[in-house]
Design a protein around this ligand. Structure first.
Ligand SMILES: NC(=O)C1=CN([C@@H]2O[C@H](COP(=O)(O)OP(=O)(O)OC[C@H]3O[C@@H](n4cnc5c(N)ncnc54)[C@H](O)[C@@H]3O)[C@@H](O)[C@H]2O)C=CC1
Ligand SMILES: C[N+](C)(C)CC(=O)CC(=O)[O-]
Length: 321
C-alpha cells in the first residue's frame, strides 16, 4: 500500500481557528492550498487570519515561493479535495457531522491521498466509519496556533493501515511539525487528556471562589508553564528528587496523591460559573483585540522557540529531542 507523501497541494476543510492555522502553515511551507468552509464570509475571515499570522511566519522563515496568494477558496467539498495530495479536516467537533463529512471527502479524493482530522479527541474508528478507503485515514491533532506549535498527535483507527500512520508522520514532518504517534486509540489522546485534567481543576478553583481566572493563569505562567516549554512533568520531577532522582521523588511525594488535592469530575457549568470565567478572562484581555493578542502570543512563542533551539544546540540536543 502506498500513500502520497511528496505533497504539492494541501486541502483544508473547515477554516475556523484551526483550519486557518493549517492553511497558514501549509502556505508558509510553499504549498498550494485549496480551502472550503460552508459559513457565509468564510473566505474573507480566512484571508484575514492568514494576514494576521503572516508576520510571525515571515520571522520564522518562509519556504521558497511561499505566498498567501497560493490559497484558492472553493465552493464545494469535491472541488476542494479532488486534486489534493493531502487533506486535513478541521470541522466542528461533532461526531455525526465529521462522519458525514468524511464519507463525502473520501469518496471524492484520490484513493491514495492521506486524510487527516484535527479532532481534539473523537475516535477515528467512529468518525471514519463510512469513509471510502479508510486505510488512509488518520487523526492529526494539532495545537493552537497550528502555524507555530510543532506538536501533532497522530492516531490511527481500527481500519487505518500502519503504513498510513507512518506516511502521515512523514507529511507532518515535511510541514515542520513534531509528530507524536498515539499508539492506542483513546478519547482525548495524550495531550488533551492532560490539559483537560488541569482545566477541570481550574474551573473548580474559580467555582469555589479560591482564585480568579487571572490568578490561576499567573500560577501557570510564572511557574510550571515556563519549565514545561522545554522539560515535561516526568523529567522535571526527576530533578525535583535531587541526586536521588525519581525513586526518591516517588517515595516523598507519591503518598500526596492520596490527599484530596484534586476533584477530577468537572464542576457543573452553572450560569454563575460561566459568567465568572467570562468576566475574569474579559478583565485579563483588557482593551486588546483577539488579533492583537494573537500577534503578542506569536511573538512570545517565536522568542521561546528560538531560545530553546539555541540552548538545545549548545547542550548537544536536536530540536526534536
Ligand atoms: N480550537 C482549538 O483550540 C483546537 C481545536 N481542534 C479541533 O479542530 C476542529 C475545528 O475546531 P476549531 O477550528 O476550533 O472550530 P471553529 O469553530 O473555529 O471552526 C470550525 C469551522 O468549521 C466550519 N464548518 C461548519 N460546518 C462544517 C462542515 N459541515 N464541514 C466543514 N466545515 C464546517 C465553520 O464554518 C467554521 O469555520 C475540531 O475538531 C476541534 O476539536 C484541535 C486543536 C485545537
Ligand atoms: C480545548 N481543546 C481541546 C480544543 C484544545 C486542543 O485540542 C489542543 C490545544 O491547542 O490546546
Amino acid at each position: 500500500m502506498s500513500f502520497i507523501t511528496q505533497i504539492k497541494t494541501f486541502a483544508a476543510l473547515g477554516s475556523g481557528v484551526i483550519g486557518s492555522g493549517w492553511v497558514a502553515r501549509a502556505l508558509a511551507h510553499g504549498l498550494d492550498v485549496i480551502a472550503w468552509d460552508p459559513a457565509p464570509g468564510a473566505e474573507a475571515a480566512l484571508r484575514a487570519r492568514i494576514a494576521n499570522a503572516w508576520p510571525a511566519l515571515e520571522k520564522a522563515g518562509l519556504a521558497p515561493g511561499a505566498s498567501p496568494d497560493r490559497l484558492r477558496f472553493v465552493a464545494t467539498i469535491e472541488e476542494c479535495v479532488r486534486d489534493a495530495d493531502f487533506i486535513q479536516e478541521s470541522a466542528p467537533e461533532r461526531l455525526d457531522l465529521k462522519c458525514e463529512l468524511h464519507a463525502k471527502i473520501s469518496a471524492a479524493a484520490k484513493p491514495n491521498a492521506l486524510i487527516g482530522s484535527s479532532t481534539s479527541g473523537l475516535l477515528p474508528s467512529e468518525f471514519y466509519a463510512d469513509a471510502t478507503h479508510p486505510e488512509r485515514c488518520v487523526v492529526g491533532h494539532p495545537f493552537n496556533p497550528v502555524y507555530l506549535l510543532p506538536l501533532v498527535e497522530v492516531v490511527g483507527g481500527a481500519k487505518t493501515a500502519p503504513e498510513a500512520v507512518q506516511a502521515a508522520i512523514q507529511v507532518y514532518q515535511s510541514l515542520g511539525m513534531r509528530p507524536l504517534h498515539v499508539r492506542k486509540e483513546v478519547p482525548g489522546f495524550i495531550a488533551d487528556r492532560l490539559l483537560e485534567a488541569l482545566w477541570r481543576e481550574a474551573l473548580h478553583l474559580v467555582n469555589d471562589g479560591v482564585a480568579s481566572t487571572g490568578e490561576i493563569d499567573d500560577a501557570i505562567r510564572f511557574g510550571a508553564g515556563l519549565r514545561w516549554s522545554f522539560m515535561g512533568t516526568f523529567l522535571t520531577y526527576t530533578l525535583a528528587g535531587g541526586n536521588a532522582g525519581m525513586r526518591h521523588f516517588m517515595a516523598q511525594f507519591g503518598p500526596a496523591l492520596q490527599l484530596p488535592w484534586t476533584y477530577l469530575p468537572a464542576p457543573e457549568l452553572t450560569d454563575t460559573l460561566i459568567d465568572r470565567v467570562v468576566e475574569g478572562t474579559a478583565e485579563q484581555q483588557g482593551s486588546r483585540s483577539i488579533a492583537e493578542l494573537e500577534r503578542y502570543r506569536d511573538d512570545c512563542l517565536l522568542a521561546v522557540l528560538g531560545a530553546i533551539k539555541e540552548t538545545k544546540t549548545k547542550h548537544g540536543f536536536a530540536f526534536a529531542d
